[in-house]
Design a protein around this ligand. Structure first.
Ligand SMILES: NC(=O)c1ccc[n+]([C@@H]2O[C@H](COP(=O)([O-])OP(=O)(O)OC[C@H]3O[C@@H](n4cnc5c(N)ncnc54)[C@H](O)[C@@H]3O)[C@@H](O)[C@H]2O)c1
Length: 264
């Protein structure tokens, strides 16, 4: 039976799709029939992609470089149905972080999202506004010109000790999301705000944080306070992102969807 959340023939671009949450989004979309285009600064294609047909990976693509973003999107022929801005960086900064970490964090998380999304918006906002049949006979869904999902964080919504630059960057991504949703009403532009998620990034963040500091929340104490009792799997976050890319979210735009196991 065909999945009622089919992405057959849909073309979706993902930044940071070679690891963690972005990789889980790519795998989910491939399973649902999408044609997936990944841009990542990584030097190697993940093993999983080598057995897949509908995947195109642009390696060593740095989203902080505007031209690289333009070249990546220009490599995608035809309609661009969706974009997931997932590439990001994080790590323990300390109570007074360095200028270097601040600049790098803002550059990747904010300027990178800005670069890829503004290039995509120029293209997607001139695309045909389409509808698809709903699950209820006779109903329709307004797919519009396409969907952009930005990956924020719980730090898009509250302060996080020792992560001021990261928190500022993720608040900024939420601000971009909300403004773009108003500027482009024929599109859907939303943000998913993951809580602690089991990925290489989280592993590195936890490893970089000091031990025995009661203010450090990117560690065991944070995980212990998650009502569901565990970190998210990358697939938990991917499911929410894929929902917001899908026709099932046709009337949702400008929203922040926290996915945190109840740790709001
Ligand atoms: N893991 C968590 O606990 C968590 C929690 C909240 C939010 N997030 C957010 O989720 C997103 C994905 O994180 P993840 O945990 O999957 O991390 P990850 O490190 O597993 O994956 C990030 C990917 O982004 C790529 N990337 C980094 N800088 C890039 C650049 N300049 N240009 C292109 N690609 C680049 C990396 O190569 C990597 O493949 C990030 O935006 C992160 O802030 C993660």
């Amino acid at each position: 039976m065909e999945s009622s959340m089919s992405f057959a023939g849909r073309q979706i671009a993902i930044t940071g799709g070679c690891s963690g949450i972005g990789l889980a989004v790519a795998k989910t979309l491939l399973a649902l029939g999408a044609i997936v285009y990944v841009a990542d600064i990584a030097p190697e294609v993940p093993e999983y992609f080598t057995s897949q047909k509908n995947i195109h990976v642009t390696l060593r693509c740095d989203i902080t470089d505007r031209q690289s973003c333009q070249d990546f999107l220009n490599s995608i022929p035809g309609r661009l149905d969706g974009l997931v801005n997932c590439a990001g960086t994080s790590g323990w900064e300390g109570k007074i972080g360095t200028d270097e970490v601040y600049r790098r964090t803002m550059d990747i998380n904010v300027a990178g999202t800005w670069n890829m999304a503004t290039e995509a918006l120029q293209r997607m906002s001139t695309q045909e506004d389409i509808e698809s049949p709903g699950i209820v006979p006779g109903s329709v869904r307004s797919v519009g010109q396409g969907s952009i999902v930005n990956v924020g964080s719980g730090a898009s919504l509250r302060g996080v000790s020792g992560l001021a630059a990261y928190t500022a960057s993720k608040h900024a991504v939420l601000g971009l999301t909300r403004s773009w949703a108003r500027d482009f009403p024929k599109m859907r532009i939303n943000l998913v705000a993951p809580g602690a998620t089991d990925t290489p990034l989280a592993e590195a963040s936890i490893a970089s944080a000091p031990r025995n500091d009661p203010d450090v929340i990117i560690g065991k104490a944070q995980i212990a306070s998650i009502p569901k009792g565990r970190m998210a799997y990358a697939t938990d976050i991917a499911d929410a992102i894929v929902f917001l890319l899908s026709d099932w979210s046709s009337f949702i735009t400008g929203q922040c969807l926290p996915v945190n196991g109840g740790n709001f």
